[in-house]
Design a binder for this molecule. Structure first.
Ligand SMILES: Nc1ncnc2c1ncn2[C@@H]1O[C@H](COP(=O)(O)OP(=O)(O)OP(=O)(O)O)[C@@H](O)[C@H]1O
Ligand SMILES: [Mg+2]
Length: 459
């Protein structure tokens, strides 16, 4: 058999065996037969002594057979070699793995049984055992007459009465199963480590990707917020430009068209008065011109009122809102109007007043056009409210319009419609918030909260 050593000497206290001559054989008593004059008696005694010795010898043999049986039954390979490395004993498993009968192994030199090369390899261990050390090592053995095995080897030195090492016992145990289990465990833990490393790397990659995506999203959100801000600014400018344009239009209508119509009416009156005969076509035509120019003036006046609520400039917000409600013609359309307009609206600045007026105007037009409502509740009030962000209260203009009509369409409001969008922009442009939703009891609830007072629209 050839061997590959993988371990070292086990440094334990020396194990000493019994001195020679004090073994089992020594326990057989050697009593001398008693001396007698009678030869017949002496023969009888000698026979008795002989029978007793035979019985004792048989006992020793039986004991030896028993020990042999036990050692042969061991799964381990057991042997004993003397100082010269000749086998003195080996059990059956050892002989089998050596490919010989146990009796043949006894007396053979270790180089014959193990092979020269294997003996050279284990030589350092053998030398330690012969120096009296208890040796233990592991190795992988490529047996010629059995399966390759990982084995645990122990050399137990045997001392003589002079404390010299006489030889050593060899105990070889097959540890292939333990080794394989350990190897499988090591492999599993290496696999596990590899998987954990791979998983960690993939998580890191995912994390990096998410971070990049987050950054990109934040960038996009910022760009969107900037665009939104620009759009709101644009909408505010548009609304301001619209108001200015309406003012100019009203002035033009009032100053030019209104005066021209007044002049037409005056000249028509002169013509009518100069041709007083009722048969003449002239006074009748002049009268018609006077009537038409009067109607035209009324129409233009109405348009002017819609373009720029005069009441806002002349009477203040409360009266302007009331005239807006009156002009909407809700009651004529069968809608009961419930109005509560609070005090203190006159001091609000023009931008807020126009926003409030236009909001009410659009909301009431919507009630008339879309709601099919029986009632509309209008509430306008200026009051102090606690600010969510700090402990100071702030003054807020609240405008709410509720109706009990059919409510907003289920699929949502059409995007191409402008009325509600315009209201929203107006309210946002003065720093306010707008809520439009269906009421639980049916109909639409619309409410704007606009901050007013000093510094309300600074930022
Ligand atoms: N009080 C209401 N009751 C029921 N539906 C409403 C009411 N107010 C608005 N709506 C719904 O919301 C939609 C959008 O209103 P919005 O004022 O934006 O547009 P519009 O009135 O249809 O047109 P315009 O742009 O001329 O105002 C309306 O078309 C209508 O379907
Ligand atoms: Mg509308």
């Amino acid at each position: 058999m050839s061997t590959r050593s993988s371990s070292t000497v086990c440094r334990q206290p020396l194990c000493r065996t019994l001195p020679e001559g004090k073994g089992i054989a020594a326990s057989i008593s050697r009593r001398r037969p008693p001396v007698t004059e009678d030869p017949a008696e002496e023969l009888r005694q000698l026979r008795e002594e002989n029978a007793r010795l035979r019985a004792q010898l048989e006992g020793v043999r039986e004991e030896h057979r028993l020990l042999r049986f036990l050692v042969d039954s061991l799964p381990d390979f057991v042997s004993y070699v003397d100082r010269d490395l000749h086998y003195r004993f080996c059990n059956r498993p050892y002989a089998e793995i050596a490919g010989r009968a146990a009796e043949r192994v006894v007396g053979m030199h270790a180089s014959e049984v193990l092979g020269e090369e294997a003996l050279r390899r284990i030589q350092p261990h053998v030398e330690r055992a012969l120096r009296g050390e208890l040796v233990q090592y592991e190795e992988y053995v490529d047996y010629r007459f059995g399966e390759d095995q990982y084995v645990d080897v122990q050399y137990v030195p045997r001392f003589g009465p002079d404390s010299e090492v006489r030889g050593f016992g060899v105990l070889v145990r097959n540890i292939t199963a333990q080794k394989k289990a350990y190897e499988a465990l090591r492999q599993n833990s290496a696999n596990l480590e590899t998987r954990v490393t791979e998983r960690t790397e993939s998580l890191q990659r995912l994390n990096q990707r998410l971070t990049r995506e987050n950054q990109a999203r934040r960038g996009a959100e910022q760009a969107l917020a900037e665009q939104g801000g620009q759009l709101r600014l644009l909408a505010r400018k548009l609304l301001e430009a619209q108001e200015t344009e309406r003012c100019n239009l009203v002035r033009e209508l009032h100053d030019d068209v209104g005066q021209a119509l007044t002049a037409v009416r005056t000249y028509a009156a002169v013509i009518r008065n100069q041709h007083s005969s009722s048969d003449d076509i002239c006074p009748r035509s002049a009268q018609t011109i006077m009537d038409l120019s009067g109607q035209l003036y009324d129409s233009i006046h109405r348009i002017m009122c819609q373009l720029r609520p005069r009441a806002l400039d002349d009477l203040g917000l409360s009266a302007a809102l009331q005239s807006c409600i009156d002009a909407a013609g809700l009651e004529a359309a069968g809608v009961a109007v419930h109005v509560r307009i609070g005090k203190g609206l006159e001091r609000l600045d023009e931008t807020v007043s126009i926003a409030a007026y236009r909001l009410l105007q659009e909301a009431l037009t919507n009630v008339l056009r879309h709601a099919d409502a029986g009632n509309v509740w209008i509430r306008v009030a200026c009051e102090k409210r606690p600010k969510a962000s700090d402990s100071y209260s702030r003054e807020v203009l609240e405008i709410s319009i509720e109706d009990d009509g059919r409510g907003l369409p289920e699929g949502g409001v059409q995007v191409q419609r402008l009325g509600l969008l315009g209201i929203e922009e107006r309210v946002h442009s003065v720093g306010g918030d707008l809520v439009i939703r269906n009421r639980p009891a049916g109909g639409v609830f619309l409410r704007a909260l606009i901050p007013v007072g000093k510094g309300a629209h600074d930022g």
